[in-house]
Design a protein around this ligand. Structure first.
Ligand SMILES: [Ca+2]
Ligand SMILES: [Ca+2]
Ligand SMILES: [Ca+2]
Length: 262
């Protein structure tokens, strides 16, 4: 005899109690659904096509410039303008966001261009002071190399995309870091966010200018907040109600705890 058959009798509805038990048994599934849903909100985006530097971006080492040959890379994702760092000094580039709505994770994305004769140079990326990426590129040697092994879809191409040309400067590279899996779902709940790109100097130090440079484009930050679907919230409410009903039954029958269900 099942729990329903043994426990239900008299004036209580067997169907009602069995439905309540089903709700209790489904609570783990409901909670799993509750946790897997996320609502994403784009909180920053800059593609530099309007030739305007967003107030949130502080980059004393660079400026908005034409993309030259990068405009033809990967179907034109760079557009006609990007933000190019070509200072001969090594200055951090910082994106500062404030007033973020409640959230639990963030997604970071940007296009990155390695230009001219990077010689074992690159950048470190930190989020609120914690390093989330470090990579170097050697573009002035054959074959060119990188310490970063791109995930599928990240590497967009290499070739002579302009700026300084000839000899060591002929190989330029393009990446879409919006496709980098480790940049998605990064735990973050603060109402402020600081993302910092810091150059790392290699051969002959950072030379900048027409020797070597980098560029950023389509910088995008998305915050994600876990939210329940409407039907999950309803089922969760039913489950809680079923627990209360079970305790009420036990109280009426002088039992302690939930009876064993066979
Ligand atoms: Ca652009
Ligand atoms: Ca070049
Ligand atoms: Ca150098």
């Amino acid at each position: 005899m099942s729990f329903c058959q043994r426990f239900v009798g008299g004036r209580y509805s067997r169907n009602l109690v069995c439905a309540a038990i089903a709700c209790i048994q489904s609570i783990p599934l409901i909670i799993a659904c509750h946790q897997s849903n996320a609502l994403g909100a784009q909180v920053f985006y800059a593609d530099f096509e309007s030739n305007t530097l967003p107030a949130e971006l502080n980059g004393p080492g660079g400026s908005i410039q034409g993309t030259q040959g990068f405009s033809a890379v990967a179907g034109g994702v760079f557009g006609s303008s990007f933000w190019r760092y070509d200072s001969t000094s090594m200055l951090p580039t910082t994106l500062s966001l404030t007033g973020l709505a409640p959230h639990s994770t963030v997604d970071v994305g940007f296009l990155w261009a390695g230009i001219d004769s990077l010689d074992n140079e690159g950048f470190v990326l930190t989020l609120d002071g914690t390093q989330i990426f470090s990579g170097r590129w050697g573009l002035s040697v054959t074959p060119w190399f990188s310490t970063y092994s791109p995930a599928p879809g990240v590497f967009l191409g290499s070739g002579n995309f302009g700026f300084t040309q000839g000899g060591y400067e002929n190989n330029d590279v393009a990446y879409d870091f919006a496709k980098e899996p480790s940049f998605k779902g990064i735990p973050h709940s603060s109402s402020t966010l600081t993302l910092t790109w810091t150059l790392t100097g290699g051969g002959n130090g950072w030379e900048g200018g027409s020797n070597e440079s980098m560029a950023l484009d389509r910088i995008e930050i998305t915050t994600n907040a876990a939210v329940p679907e409407p039907q999950s919230a309803l089922l969760l409410g039913l489950g809680v109600g079923a627990i209360a009903m079970s305790h009420w039954f036990n109280h009426r029958r002088g039992r302690v705890g939930i009876p064993y269900m066979s």
